[in-house]
Design a protein around this ligand. Structure first.
Ligand SMILES: *Cc1c(COP(=O)(O)O)cnc(C)c1O
Length: 468
């Protein structure tokens, strides 16, 4: 022990370390504050290792320590928010940023971000304008709504609508729709936070028209309908249609709000997805207001889109929460560009990554696997067994829970390490690779693998499998 303690004196002092040639050179490219902090961290680490009888003694040579600091600085200087390669096959992975944007959206962001814009300036009149005017007409054209507005995300859209239409009063919700979406979006909590009292009607599996009708009294300001995006109640079930709810609500001079979650602008049944009403079809039932996300099946940026009757939308715009939830100009630019593609559904399907990936037929995925397999075999064939197997992908993001997208994946069984080690190393590679494991194999689903990322994937695979 005393030998080890004596060694502490040979640890370089921070200032001496900072004066070493390697770190003096590093100062030219990296902020001093990072280098100093890294030096402190490394010296503290070395001190711990020295005092730990079990640990092997570290190399305390000044240059060796400076090299450790350089490595630490490189890690600290790396952006925290980074791109990753998604081979999970889950199209809208909320943890991985949901929808990748189309190139029109990227161009729009670039153009608007680098300079000034008419964000809130009316170029016709030469006076102050409103930011939502840039997409209101477009949303109405695509959905048949009278008016529209957008906020930060769909959770915000629901909160704003509840607060503006029923704040301080009550709203009816079916017990079958009291859902949790994930994170902290739970309908009862969102209602409470909006200042709306929840009045539950019906049962978990069945809610009838009369359940709503009998619950209406002077305290009720709104009927809320919620899309059960991420689960289904199957079997002996009943829910009340939009038409019936709208007629009941209107008879009592109150609006119906439907939280659609994902919201579809075009019918996706030709691509094997379950039938879901489009936003246009929902509005046709007479529902006053619908809300949906920009970054779920729509395939755009994070946003909450609100569309419906003009007088109802006007109430939302006047509510103070509208300002707190407002959409920023980059999102607005990306959303407008994405929505424009929907004016021609063929363009939307050809350009929007989420829709393109969704529509990929199994035969195309098999072709991609056939093309990727020999490249993997050449790169890492010594370290893994690769086979092509049938597998289904999911939509994710709490949308279409029952949809299974049939396809093909490459299954890797590592020979030199456990599959868990492989997964961990891929997560730490540059860029990180995120996939799924099934039966002790790492699956590479080509559906969510961008063509341009193939070379990076191969490189990451080589790197992690050649480590010992
Ligand atoms: C996803 C979802 C939300 C939340 O939308 P965000 O855009 O993530 O805020 C709300 N309601 C339903 C039904 C959803 O599916």
């Amino acid at each position: 022990m005393s030998d080890r303690r004596a060694l502490l004196r040979t640890l370089p002092a921070i200032d001496r370390l900072l004066g070493s040639p390697l770190l003096v050179k590093l100062e030219q490219t990296q902020p001093h504050i990072l280098i100093r902090e890294a030096a402190q961290t490394i010296v503290d680490d070395l001190r711990r290792q020295i005092l730990d009888e079990q640990a092997t003694l570290p190399d305390l040579d000044l240059e060796a320590v400076a090299r450790l600091v350089t490595k630490q600085v490189a890690e600290m200087a790396r952006p925290s928010l980074r791109r990753v390669i998604n081979v999970t096959g889950t199209l809208l992975h909320t943890n991985l940023g949901r929808a990748p944007l189309c190139s029109d959206a990227l161009q729009a962001i670039n153009a608007i971000a680098r300079g000034y814009s008419n964000l809130e300036y009316d170029l016709e009149k030469g006076q102050r304008g409103k930011r939502f005017t840039h997409i209101e007409e477009l949303i109405c054209r695509l959905t048949g709504g009278e008016a529209a507005t957008v906020v930060n995300n769909n959770a915000g859209a629901v909160m704003l609508a509840l607060a503006a239409l029923a704040g301080g009063r009550s709203a009816l919700v079916s017990r079958g729709e009291l859902i949790e979406i994930g994170g902290s979006f739970r309908i009862p909590d969102i209602m409470a936070a909006s200042g709306v009292d929840l009045v539950e009607v019906g049962t978990t599996n069945k809610t009838h028209f009369k359940d709503y009708a009998e619950a209406i009294n002077s305290e009720i300001a709104l009927i809320l309908k919620v899309h059960t995006s991420n689960y289904r109640i199957l079997g002996f079930t009943e829910a009340v249609s939009g038409e019936e709810l709208a007629s009941l609500a209107h008879r009592h001079s109150m609006p119906v709000l439907e939280d659609l979650g994902s919201g579809l602008l075009i019918d996706l049944t030709p691509y094997g997805l379950p039938r879901e009403p489009t936003v246009r079809e929902v509005l046709k039932t007479g529902i006053d207001l619908v809300t949906f996300s920009g970054d779920k099946l729509l395939g755009g940026p994070q946003a909450g889109i609100i569309v419906g009757k003009r007088d109802v939308i006007d109430k939302l715009r006047k509510h103070p929460m509208a300002r707190a939830l407002r959409i920023d100009k980059l999102t607005l630019a990306a959303l407008e560009a994405t929505l424009r593609l929907y004016l021609d559904p063929q363009q939307a399907l050809a350009q929007i990554p989420t829709l393109k990936m969704l529509a990929l037929p199994a035969s195309e995925l098999q072709r991609r696997c056939d093309a990727l397999l020999p490249k993997l075999t050449v790169s890492i064939g010594d370290a893994v067994d690769c086979t092509i197997i049938a597998a289904t992908a999911t939509v994710g993001g709490g949308a279409l829970p029952l949809a299974e997208l049939p396809g093909w994946v490459i299954a890797l069984a590592p020979k030199t390490m456990s599959v868990n080690t492989l997964v961990t190393r891929l997560r730490h590679s540059q860029p990180p690779v995120i996939g799924r494991v099934q039966d002790n194999q790492f699956l590479i689903d080509p559906r969510t693998l961008n063509n341009d990322d193939e070379a990076l994937l191969l490189q990451a695979m080589r790197q992690v499998l050649n480590q010992d």
